[in-house]
Design a protein around this ligand. Structure first.
Ligand code: ATP
Ligand code: MG
Ligand code: MG
Ligand code: MG
Length: 496
């Protein structure tokens, strides 16, 4: 039978509890007291102050599952969602933490023990990486990590990795250090015989995926870019729970696990369609068949309803600015898929909330507690957006011949008008374009946007690292949506 999410999650927590870790609950997704981040986007975010030394950690060893959202700034996986099978907007990051306590030796030993003895993942399908060093930073290869792994696996499964994949930094300054990542090859025997998994690490193969990152913080980056040794060493790990579920379930997609199947079955049933389990190879693939188009929509909705529901229950309502605008965009992206691929012309998403709330009640009770409120907020958003969607889509249809005549391109001006007047963010326009075999002149769009930005207010710096400001309205600085109270002004403007 299918492994249950509750069981696999609990095994992680219990394993590290048995190694002296204190189990702590997930922090809320919404960051209220940190001007540098809108949403928690990794397991370490809530513990930032402990690593920076601003606050003492309450325990030297912690274990948790942290709700994470990667939809803006440095980590933005939104466009992959629905097309690939292992990136989500909202996902759980399982983590074990050492604040000035154990270091590489224990972390590596426990990671291996948990994966191979508790979860019984096949050793000959696991690959690990270590930092290869960096001349510019005068850093030698992390041979300590390499040697530690040699106790557990063979050299052909221990791979060097560059600074981008194997050296983690909190931001321009602050704690940093090498990391070791664990990847798993879930392909069939035949495929493995054709090409060894080691050649597919970090190559965007949907069945050869990174599951766990173990970061060893031992340096501090100073403002002059130099590195010094930290007085204490820390361990920060993050394992994608949905990917772990895929691995332990022996399936080829996160969506085929107990995490997503209840949602998918409900959506399919409610919409009167079937989920076929297809998956396009890359994000830019057009859905080749109707089945594929349906599947993408179902995956997008199953993914996005989690992001929307949990951010609302953690205190962030959809709105026109910053974090609220990010949520509104995700919600509208889901509405758009339900509308066009599943023919849902009436509010639909809000109906899924009780399924999710029940599913998560054991670990994240906050959603169940606010279920009706969350449903109402989503339904109201849906009603408002469906009204404008019809109008905007008619506008695109009316201009389709023009777009075709200009090299199958939606020009920047039109894309901007759609955003500014119809409340279609660029990603939504790109989505509709993709379905119609058109592309969007994103440069042209940006130019229009810049011009408007100059007219409105100062642009702020885009987020470049984990700890600079996530400025959601960087992309849509004056977007005011198409809310009911604003509709009259907008309609006037459109008529003019
Ligand atoms: P990837 O290279 O696959 O995008 P990452 O290197 O960006 O992953 P990390 O920042 O190292 O990811 O996060 C730790 C773990 O969180 C990853 O090993 C992966 O299992 C999981 N993870 C990262 N991004 C996502 C996502 N968008 N959806 C689901 N799981 C994710
Ligand atoms: Mg990533
Ligand atoms: Mg990676
Ligand atoms: Mg990683």
């Amino acid at each position: 039978s299918r492994p249950t999410a509750a069981h696999i999650r609990q095994q992680f927590l219990d394993f590290f509890a048995s190694k002296g870790h204190h189990i702590v609950p997930s922090a809320p997704l919404v960051v209220k007291d940190d001007p540098t981040l809108l949403f928690i986007n990794s397991g370490m975010a809530p513990f930032k102050d402990y690593f920076l030394g601003n606050k003492p950690a309450p325990y030297k060893r912690l274990v948790d599952t942290q709700k994470c959202l990667r939809v803006s700034g440095k980590h933005n996986d939104l466009e992959e969602v629905g097309y690939d099978t292992y990136h989500h907007t909202l996902f759980e990051m399982l983590g074990n933490w050492s604040f000035g306590d154990y270091f590489k030796k224990e972390a590596i030993a426990w990671a291996w023990e948990l994966l191979t003895e508790v979860y019984k993942l096949p050793k000959d399908r696991l690959y690990v990486t270590y930092f290869e060093g960096d001349q510019g930073d005068n850093l030698t290869a992390d041979t300590e990590t390499q040697d530690l792994w040699r106790q557990y696996t063979t050299d052909d499964r221990i791979l060097p990795g560059n600074k981008k994949d194997n050296f983690w930094e909190m931001g321009d300054t602050g704690p940093c250090g090498p990391c070791t990542e664990i990847h798993i090859d879930l392909r069939s025997e035949e495929e493995v015989a054709q090409k060894p998994g080691r050649e597919l690490i970090n190559a965007d193969h949907p069945q050869v995926v990174e599951i766990w990152n173990n970061v060893f913080m031992e340096f501090q980056r100073l403002a002059d870019k130099s590195l010094i040794k930290l007085p204490q060493q820390h361990v920060d790990t993050g394992m994608g729970f949905e990917r772990l579920m895929m691995a332990v379930s022996g399936v080829k997609s996160n969506y085929d696990t107990d995490v997503f199947q209840p949602l998918i079955q409900f959506i399919a049933q409610e919409a009167g369609v079937e989920y076929h389990g297809t998956s396009p190879a890359t994000v830019n693939d057009q859905p080749a068949t109707e089945d594929e188009r349906t599947d993408i929509a179902i995956r997008v909705i199953a993914d996005h309803i989690r992001a929307i529901s949990f951010t609302i229950s953690d205190g962030q309502l959809p709105s026109n600015v910053k974090a609220g605008y990010v949520i509104r965009r995700i919600l509208r992206r889901a509405v758009r898929y339900a509308f066009s691929s599943l023919a849902q012309k009436q509010p639909f998403l809000y109906k899924i909330v009780p399924v999710l709330a029940d599913q998560m009640a054991g670990i994240f009770p906050e959603l169940k507690q606010q279920q009706q409120f969350v449903q109402r907020v989503i339904e109201e958003e849906e009603i408002a957006f469906l009204k404008t969607l019809e109008t905007g889509l008619r506008r695109i249809d009316a201009l389709e011949e023009t777009f075709k005549s200009q090299d199958n391109t939606i020009d920047g001006k039109a894309a901007f008008e759609l955003s500014d007047t119809f409340g279609f963010p660029l990603d939504l326009t790109a989505l509709i374009a993709r379905e119609k075999g058109l592309t969007v002149d994103e440069e042209g769009f940006k130019k229009e946007l810049e011009a408007q930005k100059a007219r409105s207010r100062n642009a702020q710096e885009a987020e470049q690292s984990d700890w600079t400001i996530v400025n959601a309205d960087d992309e849509q600085p004056t977007f005011v949506g198409y809310d009911l109270e604003e509709a009259p002004a907008r309609i006037l403007r459109y008529r003019k």
